[in-house]
Every structure is written in C-alpha cells, then in structure tokens.
Design a protein around this ligand. Structure first.
Ligand SMILES: [Zn+2]
Length: 544
C-alpha cells in the first residue's frame, strides 16, 4: 500500500512546492519598522505589482512565495519611504539651475558666487537663492551697490533663503519699473535717503520676479527630474509641493506617465483665481503618484525678515508687528469657497497674530471637530491660549523641525524670552489632535529627512548646539518623529490607507538605512545615510 502511495505522495509534495505564489520581490534579513498601529517590527516582507502583499518572517514567507528578486538587507533597518509634508519640490529643482547661495557666510562670498556663475552663464538674468544675513558676521541686509557696479546692464535678483526677501540690482529694478519711495500692500521696497537699496520684502519681491524670463520646457522638466534624483538619495518617496500653479499639473502627469518622474507628489495649488477655477472644474485629481486636492494660502511672511504678523511688537523692532499678506476678508472668502467645494485648505502662518486669525477663519467654517484635515503650515508662534483651537476644530499643524534649530539663535531676539516659549512648540501641537505631519520647507531647509528627525528629537543644530537641546519640553520622541515623516504625513494628505507604513495592501515604498535611527546616538542621526530607496517596489536609488 505504502509502496504504491509513495510516488503519488512525492508528486503531491512537488506539486505543492511549485504551487508557491509568485511575487516580484522579497526583502529579508531586515529590521523592518512597519509603522503600523502596533509599531511592530518584522524581518521580511513580500512585494508584488508595486504593493506589499505579505509581512512577517522570511522562512515562513519563503514557504509561500517564490520571488523573482530577493533583497538581503544584511540586518539593516528598513522604514516606510519618507514623506516630506511641506516642501517646494519644483522650486528646489529650479534653484538647482541658478546660483546656489545656501550656507554662504558673507555678502562678499555671495557676490563672488554670482560673478563666478556669470562667467559660465554669459547672458540674461542672474538669479540666485539661499542667502541668510543671520549667518553673516554683520547681520544686516545688504544693499545693491556692489551688484550695480559689477552688473550695470544685467539684471540680478538674489532671494533670501526663506523666499520672503530679495536683493535686486538697479537693472532688475528698472525692468520692474520700481521707483524710490514706492509702496505696496503686503510688502516693502526699501528706500534710504531717497534711494532704492535694492531690498525687497514679501509682496515687493513679486514685482521683480514676475518680470524674470519664464523657464523653457526643458528647464521645467529638468527641475522635476533633478529634484527627484536628490530626493531619492535621501529616502524621500513622496513630497508635498506647497503652492504650484495649475499649468504645472499636466506636466507632472506627463512626466509621471513617461516614467521620468517616479516621485509621488501631493500638490497644493496656489491661492489664485485661475487655480481655483481649474481644480473646481476638474475635481480632485488622484492617481497612484499624484494627488491634487488642496490649496496653499499665505497669511503672513517669515520671522527672519520680520514679515511674520505678531500680536505684539517685535522684541527687536519697537512699533513693528509685521503684517498680513491679504485683508482678513480674503481668507474668510477663500475658506468658504474651498470648504463648499470639498477641498483642503493649507495656510502658511508664522506669527501668533496670523495663526490666531487663520484659526478663527477655519473655526468659522469647520465649526468643531471634523475630518477635513485643514492644515496650518508652520504654526510657528502660537499665543498660549490659542493652542486649543487646533484641537477644537481638528486643525492640523504641519511643522518643520529644522526651522526650530535654524532659527533658535535669532528667533529669541525677534520674539523675546516669553513668546519664544510657545514657538516651535511641536509637542504641544502634537497633543492637540494626537498626530503631527513633519516636513522641511526645502529649499528653505536642507532636503534631508534625517535632519528633520534629528532636529525633532534632539532639538540641536548640526554642531550639536545647544548641548542640552532647544526648549526640550517640545522635543518629539523617536517614534513620534518617525510617524511624523511617514504615516502622519500620509494622513495629512488623505493617503494613510495607501502609504506611510509597511503593511499589506500599501505601496511598496521603503528605504534601507545604514544605521537604525530608532537606536543610534543623537549625534549620529544627521550622518545616517540611505543605502537604497524603493518606490512601488522599484529600486530608484542605491548608494555607491
Ligand atoms: Zn513653504
């Protein structure tokens, strides 16, 4: 009997073996932070058709699945792909085609960079971005005199790191038709002793930038593609682009369809009539790699250029409170319009006055707890009694931890010792709704999400200062910081069901790092490197 059954049994075993389910990819020998509800760690997972189809232990998964490709993570830590909840991906890409002034340490160095760039780019406008006078020995805004003598005929426009101020030379000011003493709402054109200094703040920068030549089709495409390459190398698999014009949406779609752009994008359209018309007519645009359902509105400027709108005077400039960028009526009108059409509103608010105004505008429309996920971008300085308004109306603060560590040394001068206590107050903001998306605001800050993680937990700059951390009562713990860069950022985009964790059914977006950020020493966090980045189960970056 047994003799007769044995061959049949054997055939059955072989048949079972070959009946293994096919898969595209098995990641094993990994320390996988799934970032699921239980914050479980596993050692392996399986990918098919761009999605995660199984999570668990390698030996049991290997019994079930036959993967075309196996990635042995060699014991390294694996995380869901990082999401930057607030960035300027496109303008970062464009900035890669201009003079990079980030980390310049004096006005002379900036002028030298422009001169060097002008030699290899002999025609047209000279455009640069990234200076920050707070990093110079003399922390004063520059004037245009040097640029005028070096470039009497070529227009020059150099934008501050935060985009809220710029220095333009006379050739550029002439093109924009700017005259000494000229004024405008929501901005400043600096005139000293009857002469233009070239310094333009907030809305005044637009007078010149609108005259700059528009980039060619090729430059536009390269902006996305160059930005993507750098972002994949730091482990980003989704970026929120905060404030684009609708004309770029078809280009993004096209680049994604052609598989030139594999980055997933969450696009907020800028607060302009034509953008509302475009999206209201089409409705939410949602593909696996693109989500357009939000509008980005600006309430005020930035603290560095004293454009943030405060309730009381700036501590380092009496009789000056900053200003709102539009009349409060405007914010109420757009809020109503966006709400009625079922879209998300995301408003830049830095000063405590701007935040209070927007919180009230939101409250009037949202009327209590809700799941509309309306966001305040930055939520930087909040009057102590206003924190609760975030929770009361389910308003989501979207914060950038590196802003805290970039600003801390001068922010205290702007705000004074009392107000600074409720600025960059991430833990207090997290407590409002129980979740908090994190971002960088790049190119204002570096694109690297490791810096975000480090700044969130250690609240120190890259020099390790201050030694005990800045206002540590508002530090996040590592689990919170990781969730802020993954699942909570996904939730801020209404995408928590498709990304933000390594779970069955989600996109196979993940990163392998050279160190475990959940256990590495604080000082090592900024040095952590990405070994591999995957989007949709496809390797899009590998460290060489
Ligand atoms: Zn921004």
């Amino acid at each position: 009997m047994l003799k007769r059954l044995l061959p049949i049994l054997l055939i059955f075993v072989i048949a079972c073996k070959s009946k293994k389910q096919s898969a595209d990819l098995l990641v094993k020998n990994a320390h996988v932070y799934t970032v699921n509800n239980n914050f479980d760690t596993v050692s392996a997972f399986v990918v098919k058709g761009g999605k995660i189809i199984a999570v668990g232990k390698a030996d049991s998964l290997e019994n079930i699945y036959e993967a075309k490709q196996v990635v042995d993570a060699a014991g390294k830590a694996v995380y869901p792909g990082f999401i930057d909840a607030h960035a300027h991906f496109f303008s970062y890409g464009l900035s890669l085609q201009t003079v990079n002034l980030v980390n310049t340490s004096s006005w002379n160095e900036i002028v030298d960079s422009v001169v060097a760039f002008s030699r290899t780019n002999p025609d047209g406008w000279l455009i640069g971005r990234g200076w920050d006078q707070n990093k110079w020995p003399v922390k004063q805004f520059p004037d245009k005199s040097k640029l005028d003598s070096l470039f009497p005929d070529r227009p020059v426009m150099l934008t501050r790191i935060d985009g809220h101020a710029a220095i333009a030379n006379q050739a550029a000011l002439n093109i924009a038709g700017i005259k000494p003493g000229q004024t405008l709402t929501g901005g400043t054109i600096e005139t000293v002793k009857g002469k233009l200094t070239g310094l333009l703040v907030d809305n005044a920068t637009g007078l010149v930038s609108h005259k700059m030549p528009t980039p060619s089709e090729e430059q536009l495409q390269n902006a996305f593609i160059n930005a993507q390459a750098n972002c994949f190398a730091v482990g980003l698999t989704t970026v929120d682009d905060c404030g684009l014009d609708y004309q770029l949406v078809p280009l993004i779609k096209q680049l994604q369809n052609e598989a030139k752009l594999k980055m997933r994008m969450y696009v907020m359209l800028s607060d302009k009539p034509e953008n509302y018309t475009y999206l209201f007519k089409r409705g939410i645009i949602k593909t696996p790699r693109l989500n357009v359902r939000a509008f980005k509105v600006y309430a005020d400027g930035a603290l560095g250029s004293r454009g943030a709108c405060l309730l009381q005077d700036y501590s380092d400039q009496p009789k000056w409170k900053g200003f709102l960028l539009s009349d409060p009526k405007h914010f109420a009108e757009v809020a109503k319009k966006i709400y009625d059409k079922g879209f998300q509103m995301c408003t830049h608010a830095i000063g405590d006055s701007a935040n209070r105004m927007i919180l009230h505008v939101y409250a009037n429309v949202l009327k209590g707890k809700n799941d509309k996920r309306w966001r305040i971008e930055h939520a930087q300085t909040i009057a102590p009694n206003d924190f609760k308004l975030f929770g009361d109306n389910s308003v989501i603060p979207s914060v950038q931890p590196t802003h805290a560590t970039s600003d801390m040394n001068w922010a205290v001068k702007r705000l004074g010792l009392t107000r600074i206590r409720s600025a960059y107050a991430y833990k207090q903001l997290l407590a409002q709704n129980g979740w908090l998306p994190l971002g960088t605001d790049f190119p204002v800050e570096n694109i690297n999400p490791m810096y975000t993680f480090y700044a969130a937990v250690a609240r120190q700059d890259l020099k390790g200062l201050p030694a005990t951390g800045f206002q540590m009562e508002n530090a996040l713990d590592r689990k919170q910081a990781l969730m802020g860069m993954t699942i909570w950022a996904a939730k801020a985009n209404f995408e928590e069901k498709e990304k933000g964790s390594i779970e069955v059914g989600k996109f196979a977006d993940f990163v392998i790092l050279d160190q475990d950020i959940m256990t590495a020493k604080n000082a090592d966090l900024p040095k952590v490197k990405v070994l591999k980045t995957y989007v949709n189960g496809e390797k899009v970056y590998e460290k060489n």
